[in-house]
Design a protein around this ligand. Structure first.
Ligand SMILES: [Mn+2]
Length: 308
C-alpha cells in the first residue's frame, strides 16, 4: 500500500505533534501504511513529553513528491502547512481551528469540532471505534489537551475536554495532574539558551485578514521573565521579520499561564494604535497588559478579523 503522510502545521506545538503520532499508530494498527513527518524542530515542551515516554522524534521533511497522499492534523490553513501543499493530495483532515481558504480536488474525510485540542477529537474517534487506548497514548493525549488548554485556563476549554482528561487518566494514572502540567509548562518556558530570533521563529503563524498579511505570536509561559528579559532583542527580531515577510500588522503576546495575563509587545506606532483600539488598553512604551486575552484562536484572531 502506498504510504500516507501525516502532517501538522509548520511550527509545531504539542497538540499537533502528538495527534499526528497517535493517529498514525491507530491507522497503522488498521493495516494502513502511514508515517509522521515534521516541518520544523520541536519545542521544549513536546521534547519533554516524548522523552518522558521514550518516543523518538519524527523526520523533518520540507517537501513531498507531487500527489503524495497526506492527512492534515490540527490545521487547515495552507499558509501554516507544507510549502507544496497544493501539489499533494489531502485525503483527510482532523482539526479544531476555524476555516479560511480550505479547498480540495476530491471529497475528503473531515472531522472537526470546536473543542480545545485535536487530541480531544482523537479520543472521541477512538471511543466510537472501541479502540483500546494504551497507557502511553493516554499520557500523550492528556499532555496535548493540557498544553492546548493551558491546563483548562484557556477559553477554548470545554466541559468535554475536562471530562476526557478525567477518563484518560484512568488509563494514564498520572498521580498529580497539576504537577504534571507545571512540569510541562516549565519545560516549555525554559528559554534561557534560546535566542530572541528563535523565539520569534518558533511561533510564527501568518494569517491574511482583509488582504492584510498579519502575524500574531502567543508565547505561553509559566515564567514570563525569560521573555521579558529579552524584550529589546525580541523587538529587534520582530522588526526584522516584519520587514522580511512584508507583514502589515504584528503583535507579540507573552501569555503568563498561571497568572492568566497577556503582555503584548510592539514598537510600531500604527500597530500600537490598532491594538489599543481593539483591546481598549493603553501601551506603556512598547508594552501593554491585555489581561485575560489568552487565546489566539478564540480571542485575538476573531477580534482582529472583525476590526482590522
Ligand atoms: Mn491544537
Amino acid at each position: 500500500m502506498k504510504k500516507i503522510y501525516i502532517m501538522w502545521h509548520k511550527i509545531p506545538d504539542t497538540d499537533c505533534i502528538l495527534s499526528s503520532i497517535i493517529y498514525s499508530k491507530y491507522l497503522n494498527n488498521k493495516w494502513y501504511n502511514t508515517e509522521v513527518i515534521k516541518l520544523w524542530k520541536l519545542n521544549n515542551e513536546t521534547k519533554y513529553i516524548l522523552d518522558l515516554i521514550w518516543k523518538k522524534e519524527p523526520e523533518t521533511i520540507e517537501k513531498l513528491p507531487c500527489w503524495t497522499k497526506i492527512i492534515l492534523t490540527d490545521h487547515n490553513d495552507s499558509k501554516q502547512s507544507i510549502s507544496n501543499l497544493s501539489e499533494l493530495e489531502v485525503i483527510e483532515l482532523i482539526d479544531h481551528h476555524n476555516f479560511w481558504w480550505f479547498y480540495t480536488n476530491k471529497p475528503i474525510k473531515v472531522r472537526c469540532e470546536p473543542i480545545c485540542s485535536t487530541c480531544s477529537i482523537l479520543y472521541k474517534i477512538f471511543k466510537e471505534d472501541s479502540y483500546q487506548i494504551s497507557e502511553k497514548t493516554a499520557i500523550m493525549l492528556i499532555s496535548a489537551i493540557i498544553s492546548d488548554s493551558l491546563y483548562f485556563r484557556s477559553p477554548t476549554t470545554t466541559k468535554e475536554d475536562i471530562k476526557i482528561v478525567e477518563d484518560l487518566n484512568k488509563i494514564a494514572k498520572i498521580k498529580n495532574l497539576e504537577e504534571f502540567a507545571i512540569n510541562m509548562f516549565a519545560a516549555k518556558s525554559d528559554l534561557w539558551n534560546i535566542s530572541a530570533e528563535e523565539i520569534v521563529k518558533n511561533d510564527y503563524k501568518e494569517f491574511e485578514i482583509n488582504s492584510k498579511k498579519i502575524c500574531v505570536w502567543v508565547l505561553e509561559t509559566s515564567n514570563p521573565s525569560y521573555a521579558l528579559n529579552k524584550e529589546d532583542l525580541i523587538i529587534e527580531a520582530l522588526k526584522k521579520i516584519k520587514k522580511e515577510s512584508s507583514l502589515d500588522f504584528i503583535m507579540f503576546s507573552i501569555i503568563d499561564i498561571f497568572n492568566e495575563k497577556n503582555i503584548t509587545l510592539t514598537w510600531d506606532e500604527n500597530d500600537k494604535k490598532i491594538i489599543e483600539n481593539i483591546f481598549k488598553k493603553e501601551f506603556n512604551w512598547n508594552k501593554v497588559n491585555l489581561w485575560r486575552i489568552l487565546s489566539r484562536k478564540k480571542q485575538i484572531i476573531p477580534l482582529l478579523n472583525k476590526n482590522l
